[in-house]
Design a protein around this ligand. Structure first.
Ligand code: PLP
Length: 429
């Protein structure tokens, strides 16, 4: 007999790997629309996760759904190098318009991880140098190459240690700054010293292909570095002809209030990895560089069967159109400011809230033990579960999974922010 969704859920542990089925909160849903998920339980849940920074224009935007239907009437698959189609070329043109500097050439893939793999590979091929420098706390994906530059999930890296061709430096951490010293000067001087020490003891700059980082720490806890720190990273790379890679998988497509964090911070990398928000939930990503750099990537040294799928590219175009028509960059800046103001008021009432860190609609709410000030994962899990019971879905991040991340679709309204934060406030109470 045909099983119902409920019955299948009961059997799920046998059918899906635990990492596909057991993470928090694993809410059974039957429909998604705008800022909401509709649960199997018949309830409506306000989504403050955007499917982990993916559904920036809201769930199932009508223009996105229409683009899928129209594209599927024509082409569904376009193996790269075998056939060529209009949507991939149009998307490349449109993306080149919104990307900063001369980032105008694309290798399309399916996931953020693949875009990162491509970025590192490109840097190594172009420079003919073996080493990569990454930053602690950054997350770049779970394939072998991406894990070799990732530390935010290091507890899961037992048999996947960095390849020996990567070095890690500490990310900007203003909270470590001793009293009486300007925190921005502190992190910049520390960065210079860390590079100097690495270059004098472990690797020469001439052996380093690239420096890779997230311009805002995502999985690692929503840490926003000072603009001057990112500019210093750019300066050090230029000094040694090292390529700078920005992982904008999470920060891209309006999340920070500009198309990309590179524009928010006014620092332009040589290579960028973009994914998540690009196609509203369809698998699409890209390694991006200048055409000059891309041309040096030897033909045949990289490839893909599914990357740049025609339906995903059409959805990418529809997503960009919606973002422009609905002024979502401006809405992100306004709603981001509004949400932080409201959160500061909630923080005054609840001493478990530590720092609130935000840029645009990328908001991290740290949960601490009020007596010790230390990260409080147990408290956070209780708050997330209670919030969900009330009807708002949040996700977590941070070194100790102690940060509530609030990343609603960029279409979010003041009323929806009020609704979600009222439920969070009640959960905290
Ligand atoms: N880079 C960053 C900054 C991410 O946040 C993620 C995913 O969360 C990835 C890379 C990996 O992307 P994907 O899960 O699409 O492979």
């Amino acid at each position: 007999m045909e099983q119902s969704f409920e019955q299948r859920i009961k059997n799920m542990p046998n059918r899906l790997a635990p990492s596909m089925a057991k993470d928090h909160p694993n809410l059974p849903v039957v429909k998604e629309e705008g800022c909401y998920y509709y649960g199997l339980d018949g309830r409506k849940y306000l989504d403050f996760t955007s499917g982990i920074a993916v559904t920036n224009v809201g769930h199932r935007h009508p223009k996105v759904v229409q683009a899928i239907k129209e594209a599927a009437d024509g082409l569904m698959h376009g193996p790269s190098g075998v056939i060529m189609y209009d949507s991939i070329l149009r998307l490349a043109d449109e993306l080149a318009e919104i990307l900063p500097g001369d980032l105008d050439s694309f290798f399309f893939a399916n996931s953020g991880t693949e875009a990162i793999e491509g970025a590192i590979k490109l840097a190594k091929y172009v420079t003919e140098r073996p080493y990569v420098i990454s930053f602690t706390g950054c997350f770049h994906g779970r394939s072998m190459g991406a894990l070799s530059v990732t530390t935010s999930k290091s507890k899961y890296r037992k048999f996947m240690q960095p390849s020996g061709l990567t070095y890690q430096l500490p990310y900007a951490n203003e909270s470590e700054c001793p009293n009486g010293i300007d925190p921005i000067n502190y992190v910049i001087e520390k960065l210079e010293k860390d590079f100097e020490s690495l270059f004098s003891h472990q690797v020469t700059p001439e052996e380093v292909a690239c420096v890779i980082l997230e311009p805002v720490l995502g999985e690692g806890g929503y840490i926003v570095p000072p603009k001057a720190w990112l500019k210093k990273v750019r300066e050090i790379c230029d000094r040694h002809q090292i390529l700078l890679i920005f992982d904008e998988v999470q920060t891209g497509f309006g999340r920070t209030g500009h198309w990309f964090a590179a524009q928010t911070f006014d620092v332009i990398p040589d290579i960028m990895a973009i994914a998540k928000g690009i196609a509203s939930g369809l698998p699409l990503s890209a390694t991006v560089a200048s055409n000059e750099l891309m041309k040096k990537w030897p033909l045949g040294s990289h490839g893909t069967t599914f990357g740049g799928n025609p339906i995903a590219c059409s959805v990418g175009l529809a997503t960009l159109e919606v973002m422009k028509e609905e002024n979502l960059l401006e809405n992100t800046r306004n709603m981001g400011d509004y949400a932080v103001q409201q959160l500061e008021k909630i923080k005054e009432k609840h001493n478990v809230i530590g720092s609130i860190r935000a840029v645009g609609l990328m908001i991290g709410i740290e949960i601490i033990d009020p007596y010790t000030g230390t990260p409080n994962n147990d408290g956070l899990m209780k708050i997330l579960n209670l919030s969900l019971e009330k009807g708002v879905l949040f996700y977590l991040c941070g070194k100790h999974s102690e940060v509530i991340r609030m990343i609603p679709p960029l279409t979010v309204t003041k009323e929806q922010i009020d609704e979600g934060l009222r439920m969070l406030d009640e959960a905290l109470t």
